[in-house]
Each structure stands twice: as C-alpha cells, then as structure tokens.
Write a protein that binds this ligand. Sequence first.
Ligand SMILES: *Cc1c(COP(=O)(O)O)cnc(C)c1O
Length: 253
Amino acid sequence: MAGPIGEGSADQVRRAQLSESLAAARERVAAAERAAGRPAGSARLMVVTKYFPARDMELLIELGAAEFGENREPEAGRKVAQVREDRPESVFTVDMIGSLQRKKARTVARWAHRVQSVDSAELVDALAAAARSSLERGDRTTPLGVLLQLSLDGDPRRGGAVAGALPALADQVLAADDALRLDGLMVIAPLSGEAGAHLAAAARVHEQFRERYPQAVELSAGMSGDLEDAIVNGSTCVRVGTAIMGPRPILSP
Ligand SMILES: *Cc1c(COP(=O)(O)O)cnc(C)c1O
C-alpha cells in the first residue's frame, strides 16, 4: 500500500528491528537447548504480541514466526481477524495466554488455537460450550487446546490453580473431548524467590501430571527474563514478549 512519504521507511525500520530481535531470541532458545542437552526444536518459541499492532504480527509471520500469544480480548480477536484478512494464505496460530473471564470464552473460542490460562471448573465449562458452538458454526475445525495454568504460590492475582486442583480440572477437560483437548500445563514463575527453583518445581508437577495424563506433553514456561531456566527445566514452549517486541506501551486501552 502506498502511504505518505516516511511510512514505508518506518515499516522497514520496524521490520529490521523485529528481524534482529527474533533472531536473537531464537539463538537464546537454541543455546539453552544445547546447554540442557535437549534436541533442537524441542522448546518452541511463542511470540507474545499483546499491546502491539496487527502489522507487527504480519511482519513476524514474514520473518517465519508461526506461534503467537495474546492476553486480552477483544483486542486479540480483532488483531487475528485483521491478519487473516490481510494474509488469508498464511499459516499461524494464536494462543490465549492471559486470564480469561467466562463471558469472553465465546469469542476467544473463535480464534484461539489453545487457551493456556485455564484454572477453574467454571472456565472449563464455558470454554467447552464455546468451542462446541464454534465447531458447529464452522468457525473452528479442531477442538480447542487447553493448558491448565499451575499456580506455584496460590496468589490469585497471577491466576492458576494449585497442583492439587489439577486432576479434577483435567478430568473435566477429558469429559468434554468433543470440544476440548488436554495439551499440558502452563506456569508463570512467581515474582518472589528464585525463578530457577520455581521452574524446577513446575517441572516436577508436570512430570507427575503426565504419568496420569500422558497426552499432556506441553509445558509452557519461561518468558523474556527466564527462558534459559525454563528450558533447563523441560519447557516445551517459551512465551517471549519484551525481548522481541520491545517494551510494551505504558498506556493500555
Ligand atoms: C506478557 C506475557 C508474557 C511475555 O512476557 P515478557 O516478559 O514480555 O517476555 C508471557 N506470558 C504471559 C502469560 C504474559 O502475559
């Protein structure tokens, strides 16, 4: 699209920035996999694009990124719709990674590949109903993936369910297997204490969980600041925002 003079070059500058920061993040992930003795590609890089425009997601897709994380609805739904309209041919997935109100389950089920922040029986119910109607309408063709969010410290502000509450939620997801698919666990390391110790604790919970739910192979752990610790501790999906996108805008709508 031809825009005013300067618009093209701003876009080129952003593309160059994202190209460099994405390459650096990929190199961090690869180095952490090597250091942990893990196969290349066993920890996937998810780019967290929350607060940033649809255009950034498009540039990242051109640079080869294929997995994205968003945390706010309706901003996320609008962004995904925009990118799908601009690039109907491109293949990418977007996960909901932020805390989710039940009343927003319906719209999230239209675009989300998975919801990583599932932490209550009420939310599982709402997502199952929402995914069912999305499947019926043809908005989606596959069940909605679910990662149960583990809370290591029980702090309700950060979301998540304590380890002891996970099996009941997992059984509920399995009971809705026409609409939902149990993919694994997600964790955000608590702010206090040492990230490495928290992530090691999360890895132990995940190992036990997988004994009972072998299909739950995913452990989504690690962000810009702690992805190396997470990869040593078995993370299969690191969610990286700031290190790729730059600092988030302070004002949010
Ligand atoms: C924002 C966010 C991230 C990314 O955090 P950075 O520190 O910017 O990499 C990861 N996970 C969740 C759940 C988030 O909300």
